[in-house]
Ligand binder design. Structure first.
Ligand code: FAD
Length: 421
């Protein structure tokens, strides 16, 4: 089976590895940028996605590249604790959660693609324009320099992100991603570790928020590379820039966080010490009814872009790839695509909805509404049962409830043993 994958991001690269592991080795990635660089700042790979990458043989590389997050704490603007929970192994999962630099994760995946499928499996400078299906044959047209090229395959996987050309071709009236009025400013800073040195902290509420976690273990000088995201409601400003790499002057938002210096975490100092800050609006797209057109299928952000809330963007893309590869190894192609869609579309649709309602971070908004000036004890304003229900419900929907994940059968399958041609 010949497969063309559009986009060599985290979804596309993992799709190539998942197909290869399933015995589908005639796979080519077409990427629009001419040189793939390790772009982005920190992201989180949740235990359910770490399990999939571990089954792809990448567990050691992940452990050497990221930080195994041990706990997550929500605090209000004043730095008072609302909720704290263990994460990864400490939370009872068989697999860790990793906080990791997005670009370094992408490079780790692409290095594995080159090693396993050969360097020719990745073609850069190929901007995909359109696709069609005739019977069992899919056709993909792309621009490479001055040349317009059309190639055929048995399957095309569109993993071309939130601005997917294939999705735009299918839904020409969909327009740009939808913005909720929040702007995110993202950066990394080098600073002394805070809390356990493997902790993630979310401070604030719906109107203004700061998320922070380390993405490398401490260096010899005792400092750590710390990822942070400042968020503020700027409804009425320009939310139409969807470039992940737009650098911005920190004076736009730093004054809003000037008082956020807690004894255990100095947020103004973190903002001050960042080398560069990038701006991105909080955008998503509404769920689709179908991800399949003949022999073309959407995957990752092209299929289900959600707000970057609850650490799910990369994790859900990784799981997509494993389910799709499992299905292709064990079923005829058309049936496999249906299986993949039936398994993944309802789950990601629920997640998109939940993320619009702030996901697990809803506890921060509840605390803000009930005690805007702070509290002596969080249980004076929110009951333990209410706090626990928000966290547990999100884990159930996002598919990382420890008991479900630990007992779930593996998505590993191989075409030779499954007997599908
Ligand atoms: C440069 C960049 C930086 C990012 N930084 C962050 C971050 O800091 N934090 C965060 O939470 N998320 C970030 N993201 C998004 C995050 O990577 C995704 O939400 C998640 O990993 C799902 O990945 P994906 O593979 O579906 O999409 P993406 O990671 O967006 O990958 C899509 C890939 O497709 C390529 N592509 C797009 N159009 C075409 C086309 N027409 N033809 C061929 N190739 C095409 C893109 O260049 C890209 O490599 C970033 C994405 C990008 C592209």
């Amino acid at each position: 089976m010949r497969v063309l994958i559009v986009g060599a991001g985290i979804g596309g690269a993992t799709a190539a590895l998942s197909l290869h592991a399933a015995g589908i080795t005639d796979v080519t990635l077409l990427e629009s940028v001419s040189e793939i660089r390790p772009l982005g700042v920190g992201i989180n790979v949740l235990p359910h996605a770490v399990r999939e990458l571990t089954e792809l043989g990448l567990g050691e590389q992940l452990a050497a590249t990221g930080v195994a997050t041990s706990d997550l704490t929500y605090v209000n603007r004043q730095g008072q604790k609302i909720w704290n929970e263990p994460r990864g192994i400490a939370a009872g999962y068989n697999y860790p959660q990793y906080s990791i630099h997005r670009g370094r994760l992408q490079m780790l995946l692409l290095d594995a693609v080159k090693e396993r499928l050969g360097a020719n499996a990745i073609r850069t400078g190929c901007r995909v324009l359109s696709s069609t299906t005739n019977g069992d044959v899919a056709e993909l047209t792309y621009q490479r320099g001055d040349e317009r090229i059309t190639e055929t395959a048995d399957l095309i996987i569109a993993a071309d992100g939130i601005k997917s050309a294939i999705r735009a071709e299918w839904f020409p009236d969909e327009g740009p991603p939808q913005w909720n009025g929040l702007i995110l400013w993202r950066a990394v800073s080098r600073a002394k570790p805070f809390l356990s040195g493997k902790s993630m902290v979310m401070a604030g509420d719906r109107e203004i928020r700061f998320v922070v976690y380390p993405i490398e273990d401490a260096a010899a000088d005792g400092t750590q590379l710390i990822n942070w995201v400042a968020e503020k409601d700027l409804s009425g400003a320009d939310g139409s820039n969807f470039d992940w790499n737009k650098a911005i002057d920190r004076s736009v938002f730093a004054p809003a966080f000037a008082e956020w210096n807690y004894e255990w975490l100095d947020i103004p100092a973190l903002i001050e010490s960042a080398e560069a800050v990038y701006e991105y609006p909080m955008v998503d797209r509404p769920p689709l009814e179908s991800w399949i057109r003949g022999r073309v299928v959407l995957l990752g952000d092209a299929a289900h872009p959600t707000y970057p809330v609850g650490s799910n963007g990369s994790s859900q893309a990784i799981i997509d790839t494993r389910v799709l590869a499992y299905a292709l190894a064990t079923m005829p192609v058309d049936q496999a695509l249906e299986f993949y869609q039936n398994e993944r579309l309802p789950k990601t649709r629920e997640l998109q909805k939940l993320n619009r309602a702030m996901g697990p971070e809803r506890v921060m908004q509840i605390a803000r509404e009930r005690a805007p000036e702070g509290f002596a004890d969080i249980h004076d304003v929110v009951s333990p049962a209410e706090l626990e229900e928000v966290a547990a419900n999100y884990k159930r929907v996002a598919g990382f409830d420890p008991s479900i994940l630990n007992s779930q059968p593996s998505w590993s399958a191989h075409i030779s043993t499954a007997g599908v041609s």
